[in-house]
Design a protein around this ligand. Structure first.
Ligand SMILES: NC(=O)c1ccc[n+]([C@@H]2O[C@H](COP(=O)([O-])OP(=O)(O)OC[C@H]3O[C@@H](n4cnc5c(N)ncnc54)[C@H](OP(=O)(O)O)[C@@H]3O)[C@@H](O)[C@H]2O)c1
Ligand SMILES: *[C@@H]1O[C@H](CO)[C@@H](O)[C@H](O)[C@H]1NC(C)=O
Ligand SMILES: *[C@@H]1O[C@H](CO)[C@@H](O)[C@H](O)[C@H]1NC(C)=O
Length: 331
């Protein structure tokens, strides 16, 4: 017996007894499984429907997901209007898409950090465009580590991600109601699961961790869409919201150091390319399968549930009422 035990000790590689090595191996397996899972579940827009004669507005389309969405819609012959704050960057993106697709891209100035800019943009569209078939509220930012205020006195991320798109959509609503079967699409994030909205404290004057503010605004995107869909029932206009996936874009450029490292790790394991990230926006813009569907949260071109808070219609109505007051839509 004694001999057997000794042989057993010697025969097993000591590696298997090292907890650290075991943990590392486990981590590697988890990473490989995650990477495989994220590769296999990428949603793809399979509709090849032509968008000829249709006008699409995409905010923040000079980079990232928005730019890919613009390119794909141009390929499908839509009249694509990119709404950007930086006209230099917009013109570079437009030139690149035009060279690749042979289609013209139209540029309009829109800075979501200024409600005046939102109103000017909407007036221009109402005056100059015959129709708006699709509005994609794509532009969004992650907050800087410190609190930044806009010229309107709101926290910058809250205004860029929620308040300004709220105002823009409302200002374009009549135009969209005049356009048959028009669609409103807003980009949220699965980080909305961490979001908390208190409609009575939307000034964000108290300090919050940047990612908390971001998650709050992404929850606001879904609540906004569900309430909008409720109000639009019977008008022919639909409103949907999506999570594009973890997408390798400039969205990582806000952070340096450890946070940036974490973000890049996340992208490495779960990351999609911008073109993959644009698929759900594209599906919601063009696919016949989406006809008549409204108020839903989408992921990988499929309807998803979203958090319990994102389905709280009382919260959605309260947020809507407050947003109306803050943007001056309700007098
Ligand atoms: N990437 C991801 O992993 C991820 C995950 C979940 C959700 N999302 C959402 O997807 C959307 C697109 O993100 P992305 O990854 O494509 O980001 P991105 O590459 O950083 O692009 C964001 C776009 O928004 C524009 N923008 C920012 N502030 C603006 C303002 N005040 N007025 C007008 N345009 C403004 C940017 O313009 P400039 O070039 O001038 O800055 C840029 O064109 C966002 O709503 C984001 O929250 C992204
Ligand atoms: C952000 O991600 C892009 C794409 O993965 C990468 O090329 C770039 O270096 C990253 N930027 C930073 C600041 O980490
Ligand atoms: C929202 O505003 C409407 C109209 O002003 C009002 O009837 C309703 O009770 C308000 N709802 C909530 C939840 O605040």
């Amino acid at each position: 017996m004694a001999v057997d035990t000794k042989r057993f000790d010697d025969g097993v590689p000591s590696l298997w007894l090292e907890p650290l090595a075991l943990a590392a191996l486990l981590a590697l397996v988890v990473c490989v499984v995650c990477k495989l899972y994220s590769r296999l579940t990428v949603g793809v827009c399979t509709s090849t429907k032509s968008m000829k004669g249709k006008t699409v507005i995409i905010t923040g389309a000079n980079a990232g997901i928005g730019k890919e969405t613009a390119r794909e819609l141009a390929k499908r012959d839509a009249r694509v209007i990119i709404a950007c704050r930086n006209l230099q960057k917009a013109s570079e993106a437009a030139k690149q898409i035009e060279a690749e697709t042979g289609k013209q891209i139209f540029i309009r100035k829109l800075d979501l950090c200024s409600l005046k800019s939102v109103k000017d943009f909407a007036e221009e569209i109402i005056r100059e465009e015959e129709r708006v078939d699709v509005l994609i509220n794509n532009a969004g930012i992650v907050p800087f580590p410190e609190r930044v205020e806009t010229v309107d006195g709101f926290e910058q991320t809250f205004q860029t991600n929620h308040l300004a798109p709220f105002l823009l959509t409302n200002l374009l609503l009549n135009k969209m109601k005049e356009t048959p079967s028009s669609r409103i699409i807003t980009l949220s994030s699965s980080l909305h699961h961490f979001g908390r909205i208190d409609p009575d404290h939307l000034d964000y004057s108290a300090y919050k961790v940047p990612m908390q503010v971001y998650s709050d605004t992404k929850l606001a995107n879904i609540l906004f869409t569900r309430e909008l869909a409720r109000r639009l029932r019977g008008t022919g206009v639909t409103a949907n919201v999506c999570h594009p996936g973890a997408v390798q874009t400039d969205i990582n450029s806000t952070y340096v150091g450890f946070l940036n490292f974490c973000l890049n790790c996340l992208f490495f394991f779960f990351g999609k390319t911008p073109l993959e990230g644009a698929q759900t926006s594209l599906h919601l813009s063009v696919s016949e399968e989406v006809d008549g569907i409204s108020g839903e949260y989408w992921k990988d071109c499929r309807v998803a549930k979203g958090s319990a808070a994102s389905r709280d219609m009382k919260l959605a109505t309260k947020l809507w009422n407050q947003s109306e007051k803050l943007t001056g839509l309700a007098i």
